[in-house]
Unconditional design. Sequence first.
Length: 155
Amino acid sequence: MRVTLLRVDSRLIHGQVVEAWLPYTGVRSIVVVDDLTAGNPVLREVMSLAVPTGVEVSFTTVREFISGRGDGKPGKEGVLILCRDLKIAEKLVMGRKDIRNVNLGNIQSAPGKRMVGPTIFLDDEDLKIIDRLRKRGIQVEARAVPSDTDFIENV
């Protein structure tokens, strides 16, 4: 499997992913790595309805993905990985050697988090994770859609 992009987005599959990131990356396969969604058939069905015909979508737990059992059926174009938060993203990067870049798309507000961009709320632990990822040579960017400019450098 060739990972084209790992996107952190608390909404997982939604319009920006389908209308902007799929065409931009050229992938025909999405893997949602999320324990809650993987275990909930209703959530899986609702998200699957948003995916266009011809795009393969699979849902897996963090553990299954890291072990290689939850890769889905990636095409030769690569795969778009979606996860809910930076803690999960770090686990995926640490557990797999094929992830080289992380896109921060939407991280929701929560107690202790501060706004660092229009759709990104981070706390101190999130900032430490970003620093650790960058030290491993992982490119970390923050863009809601491909045409956005990267604003995370200012954090």
